[in-house]
Design a protein around this ligand. Structure first.
Ligand code: SF4
Length: 433
């Protein structure tokens, strides 16, 4: 029985209790959210040791870190290191998106080491194994797509991006309107190339009920993939993207009916002023389903600093009501990320999500107050404790030690905080009389 089935029957599961405790809300709040599809808890029945994470309305915005090999760099140890770095830096979930090497082996190695939910994109495996055997993804057998979903579900994948909403109508609209930046979803590209070359409807759309059966058996969350997301600011919120979102909304109704949890992926490259409209549109068309923003990238020209670009997008998205953000690293658009890039990406996205959560009232800035008080007291240990990344804050300070250990090398003996603390605490209060 799935989390959603249990919730609909009024049962509060151990996972719901754990999420409620972590979020400081009542278990009933979580149960109701899961029952109505507004909260998802990715926790595959085949995994015993996954920390339950709640994604959705009224909860802290969660951060995903993607890892995985490419065809050019296949280094399983490095991917494991990237997973560890993401977990150490408090990513809430991981997505294992390898396309190079033995895909089963790397997926299982990441699942073995991860205490947090792990996601995947099964159509990658279906397409890549077909390309290795037949030379092109267009020869993909329909069964291979479903077998990849089933295999990954049995392995314990907690949430899967399924490219089920690209249908003929979506592709017709895409063709009619054209695009500046084309299609940037790798899974979307595999599926749409297959459809065009074979002249057939998307099997993942046509046989959606079969996917629901597999999802129900293993209780993984379906992450409804956004194949039409824009890869350029100029293409944001276009007809193809909106068309796909309408289809997604209809599929989500069917998933809920079947007791399968869903989240909905969203753009992509999108200017700041369109983020709120996208969140409202998604929440309306998908009846409040958790919204998983990929990035978002709010300008196309930040290459080398796209983690900062995305952090701005994450803040605006979380503030507008998005529930889950996929991080972006400094290597985005340029190369396969290294472990250091993963760290930068996770921290930047966590900062964006935290800022957005403050704006939407998920928290009232308790940590900020803690930091403000620690700064006023020049209590450096307390400042490190309150920081988003204590190790980095400590490293920078320790690297440049001040003469006076109370202060820092920025102002040294003219430390404004110290000067003001001294006169505020002074016995001579005549000026205030
Ligand atoms: S030295 Fe300047 S920057 Fe450093 S703590 Fe004092 S006021 Fe702040």
């Amino acid at each position: 029985m799935t989390q959603m089935d249990e919730a609909k029957k009024g049962v509060i599961t151990e996972e719901m209790k754990a999420v409620a405790e972590a979020e400081n809300v009542t278990p009933e709040f979580i149960r109701r959210g899961v029952a109505t599809g507004r909260i998802a808890i990715p926790s595959n029945l085949n995994r015993d040791e996954v920390a339950p994470v709640g994604i959705g309305e009224g909860l802290r915005t969660k951060v995903n870190a993607t890892i995985g090999t490419s065809t050019d760099i296949v280094d399983f140890e490095m991917e494991e290191e990237k997973a560890r770095v993401a977990i150490e830096n408090k990513a809430d979930t991981l997505m294992e998106l390898s396309v190079g090497g033995d895909l089963d082996e790397i997926r299982r190695r990441i699942l073995d080491l991860s205490p947090i939910p792990v996601g995947s994109v099964p159509v990658y495996q279906a397409a890549i194994e077909t390309i290795r055997k037949e030379g092109a993804a267009i020869y993909m057998d329909e069964d291979v797509m479903f077998k990849a979903i089933e295999k990954q579900a049995k392995d314990g994948i907690d949430f899967m991006a399924i490219h089920c909403s690209v249908n003929r109508e979506t592709l017709r609209r895409l063709k009619r309107q054209g695009r500046e930046g084309g299609l940037v979803s790798r899974g979307g590209a595999f599926v749409s190339a297959w459809m065009v070359e074979n002249g057939l409807e998307n099997p993942l759309y046509e046989n959606f009920d079969y996917i629901l059966e597999i999802a129900k058996e293993h209780d993984f969350v379906m992450s409804m993939a956004n194949a039409m997301r824009a890869g350029a600011i100029a293409d944001s919120t276009d007809r193809a993207q909106v068309q796909e979102l309408i289809v997604l909304g209809e599929l989500i109704d069917r998933a809920r009916e079947a007791g399968v949890q869903t989240i909905v992926e969203g753009p992509g490259h999108i200017p700041l002023n369109e983020i709120k409209a996208n969140v409202i549109l998604q929440k309306k068309l998908c009846r409040g389903a958790p919204f998983y923003m990929l990035g978002p990238i709010v300008t196309d020209i930040g290459a080398g600093y796209d983690h900062i670009v995305s952090s701005i997008g994450a803040a605006a998205s979380a503030a507008a009501g998005a529930d889950f953000i996929c991080y972006v690293t400094p290597a985005e658009h340029l190369a396969l990320p290294y472990p250091d890039d993963v760290k930068e990406g996770v921290i930047a996205t966590r900062i964006g999500a935290y800022v957005g959560d403050m704006a939407k009232g998920i928290h009232s800035g308790e940590k900020d107050l803690e930091m403000a008080n620690a700064r006023k007291k020049l209590n450096w240990e307390a400042q490190f404790d309150a920081a988003m990344c204590p190790a980095e804050a400590r490293r920078i300070r320790d690297e440049r030690p001040p003469e006076d250990p109370d202060t820092c090398t920025m102002c040294g003996e003219y430390c404004a905080v110290k000067i003001v603390n001294e006169w505020l605490d002074s016995a001579d209060t005549r000026i205030f009389d």
